[in-house]
Design a protein around this ligand. Structure first.
Ligand code: GDP
Ligand code: MN
Length: 404
């Protein structure tokens, strides 16, 4: 997931014709004071970090004038929020909010397309309100057709809005959807959407996540994500960055999902979506500590698997490796095994001391067997062994004892 910083998200909305509060980005307390003078009136200072919950973390602060802006900015700039050092602040005109609404557009698996959610109860506690089913209006959007103004007005009525706000929503939502499509977002969220005294609506906070797989279509945005990006709960680790480089260097040969667990010690390369997660859970349940979560979609992915394995094996203090996948029926398993064995050889891992358990089944298994035999010590299990049994074997080997 590639989350944009808020000023970039605001720019995207403005380019789509959405009226947004006036803002500036600053890197020092002095610049914050200067920006406050330029913007005039009360302002909001926000830590520019790619994560939610800043309000509750004390990283969104309201100030009355330039003097206060300077003091509060100095405080925020020295902090880190959710593991992200606060290097810059967004200085934003403070809206006089009458009501805090919530609007988001995302993809929904059930209706296989984009869905718009609207709620009249937004703000920092939105997750709590979402538990009350009546408070949310949910509207699938035709992916190419978009949302018409009259549909947006209907939605506003359905959400219980009245007066001038309905016309404003009629203008806003189609533009939001255009912005969402234009940048290939996977999420566009405005919380709060501020309703002000005139009935006009304006985003007071915006989050845009881009679809990683479509990033190659947006070179201008790719540069903007920069080094502040992360998996959503902390910044990327060096290894995650490396794996992303590998993944993005060739976007057409299988998509990688990779998260590092810095306190783990077992290299984890079991693929197949759900199976991957299930085996990860089994490994943990057996007392094993995975160093990472991993999956790769089918494709001509030998080189990617090779490179990821190599990058992962460079991590210090690993104690073993498990790789495998569901019984495949349309992808060759020898490709996978060749990539891993090649990486083990090239990295010079001593597999007599570093247990490696593979569990593969499907076309190419004879070839896979030969490849695995070429590196004595590697244990390859086939379709008479379940993934669960294979992971148990690996934990046994790593712990150097039978587990019950
Ligand atoms: P988040 O906690 O990371 O979602 O950060 P937000 O940018 O949404 O800010 C947190 C909260 O600060 C919002 O939910 C609002 O209640 C409040 N807030 C943000 N901007 C404004 C503003 O312009 N005016 C007012 N009155 N409140 C604001
Ligand atoms: Mn918010």
């Amino acid at each position: 997931m590639a989350r944009l910083l808020e000023h970039d998200a605001l720019t995207i909305l403005a380019d789509a014709g959405v009226q947004v509060p006036r803002w500036a980005v600053v890197a020092t307390a002095l610049e914050a004071a200067e920006a406050a003078v330029r913007l005039g009136g009360p302002i909001v200072l926000k830590a520019l970090v790619p994560m939610g919950g800043r309000g509750k973390a004390g990283a969104v602060r309201s100030v009355a004038d330039a003097g206060q802006a300077r003091t509060v900015a100095a405080e925020l700039l020295g902090r880190s929020v959710g593991g992200y050092p606060v290097r810059r602040l967004l200085v934003m005109e403070r809206l006089e909010i009458i009501e805090e609404h919530f609007v988001s557009i995302t993809f929904d698996a059930a209706c296989r397309g984009p869905v718009l959610l609207y709620s009249r109860t937004g703000g920092v506690d939105v997750e709590r309100y979402a538990a009350a089913p009546d408070s949310l209006v949910r509207r699938p959007i035709k992916i190419t057709g978009g949302l018409e103004s009259f549909e947006a007005r209907d939605l506003a009525l359905e959400a219980g809005m009245q007066g001038a706000s309905i016309g404003h929503i009629g203008q806003l939502l189609p533009r939001l959807y255009r912005a969402f499509r234009q940048c290939d977002a996977s999420l566009l969220e405005i919380n709060p959407l501020a309703v002000v005294a005139t009935g006009a609506v304006m985003p007071a906070a915006v989050v845009i996540d881009l679809d990683d797989q479509a990033l190659f279509r947006h070179p201008e945005l790719k540069d903007r994500i920069g080094d502040e990006e992360g998996p959503g709960f902390r910044p990327f680790t060096a290894l995650e960055r490396r794996v992303r480089e590998i993944d993005q260097a060739d976007p057409h040969s299988g998509a990688i999902r990779f998260v590092e667990f810095t306190d783990g010690d077992i290299a984890f390369l079991v693929t197949s979506g759900g199976a991957s997660l299930t085996v990860l859970g089994q490994l943990i349940a057996l007392g094993g500590r995975p160093a990472n979560a991993f999956d790769i979609t089918p494709g001509r992915n030998e080189e990617k698997i090779y490179q990821v394995t190599q990058a992962l094996l460079a991590r210090p203090a690993l104690r073993g490796l498990i790789a495998g996948g569901n019984v495949k029926n349309f992808t060759r398993v020898d490709v996978h095994v060749r990539a891993i064995v090649r990486a083990l050889k090239d990295t010079g891992v001593d597999v007599r001391r570093f247990p490696v358990v593979l569990r593969f089944a499907g076309p190419g298994i004879e070839e896979a067997r030969k490849i695995a035999d070429g590196l004595p010590g590697v244990e390859l299990y086939e379709d008479d062994t379940s993934l669960a049994m294979a992971v148990r074997r690996l934990v046994e080997l790593v712990k150097g004892a039978c587990i019950t």
